[in-house]
Design a protein around this ligand. Structure first.
Ligand code: CUA
Length: 335
């Protein structure tokens, strides 16, 4: 219905697009209604109650409680309606669903780099299947970028530094090609930091997946890094190493030396690699060096995919265990 209302809006190509547009149309509608009503009254009253002679003095008027209440309560209800509606769309957009396919995104001056769990890598192009929830796990290698696909009505800043991953999700509803923008000024070629999202039918997407990635899946690349960077010499699989074993760890609770418990999720793994001494697992020494500056954001995501792949095979891997399972199932089905 909104396409009729707002002919200048981009196409609606995700599940959330219509919800965003409906809210937007409501806000525009309310704004137009009050602008027109108030300015019409204003002009009408100018004329009707204009001063007609030099000595004319208007009759004094007392306030009206009824009117005061009315124009307090009605705007209050409208504003609260906007708030509740806006909050519900916000939560829909920013609560990352658990059963989603992972895509890893790195923004850098001036390109978008994508990694698929199956191993495919793309620059400024992203191929995804239609009708599937896609979770974007995003990091920046330099400055703040912002991932923006107007047709999906999604935009998320990608902030650099050893902080948490920026995540975003969407589900595309129509096959096609959609513009991808960087929506945060990030230097000289900011305007050229654009790309295309290709939304494909499941069959075409499967064919596309089969076409590339000779150098292994994301978790296989991560496993190689895990060995090359020397992680494997402390994080022994049998748990006798100087670092905690990582098999079956993802999605579990981990007890820290401080007595606190943390859930092993993407952000915990990221923090443990970049700033290992911040959260030490109970029973271990703070001897692990930081890998800040020694591992790129893309490699970090590969190691993350590897640690995820070590999650217990059956469920119980916790909330974020599902995607690892999902992607390994997809890998298996390709073989
Ligand atoms: Cu990246 Cu603007």
């Amino acid at each position: 219905m909104m396409a009729v209302w707002m002919p200048f809006m981009p196409e609606q190509a995700s599940t959330i697009a219509e919800h965003v547009d409906n809210l937007y149309a409501f806000l525009i509608g309310i704004t137009i209604f009050f602008t027109v009503t108030i300015s019409t009254c204003l002009i009408y009253f100018f004329v009707k109650y204009r001063r007609r002679s030099e000595h004319q003095i208007p009759k004094p008027i007392a306030g009206s409680l009824k009117l005061e209440l009315l124009w307090t309560i009605i705007p209050f209800l409208i504003a609260m309606g906007m708030f509740v509606w806006g909050a519900s769309v916000y939560f829909e957009q920013y609560r990352i669903p658990l059963n989603a396919s992972d895509i890893y995104v790195v923004g850098k001056q001036w390109m978008w780099k994508f990694q698929h769990p199956e191993g495919q890598r793309e620059i400024n192009e992203l191929h995804i299947p239609v009708g599937k929830r896609i979770r974007l796990t995003m990091a920046s290698e330099d400055v703040i970028h912002s991932f923006f696909v107007p047709a999906f009505r999604i935009k998320q800043d990608v902030v650099p530094g050893p902080n948490e991953y920026n995540q975003m999700w969407f589900e595309a509803t129509k096959p096609g090609e959609y513009h991808l923008f960087c929506a945060e000024y990030c230097g000289t070629n900011h305007a050229a930091m654009i790309g295309t999202v290709y939304v494909m039918e499941p069959k075409a997407y499967a064919d596309w997946l089969n076409g590339g990635a000779q150098d292994g899946t994301l978790s296989q690349k991560g496993e190689k890094l895990f060995t090359d960077l020397g992680c494997a010499s402390c994080h022994l699989a049998d748990g006798t190493g100087r670092g905690p074993k990582l098999v079956g760890l993802y999605g579990k609770q981990q007890q820290l030396t401080t007595g606190e418990a943390v859930t092993v999720d993407d952000n915990y793994i990221r923090a443990s690699i970049l700033n290992p001494s911040a959260q030490i697992v109970a029973g271990y020494q703070p001897i692990m060096p930081s890998f800040q500056g020694q591992i790129s954001e893309e490699q970090l995501m590969q190691v993350l995919a590897y640690v995820k792949s070590l999650a217990p095979a059956e469920s119980g891997a916790g909330e974020q265990g599902a995607p690892a399972k999902d992607s390994s199932a997809r890998q298996a089905s390709r073989k």
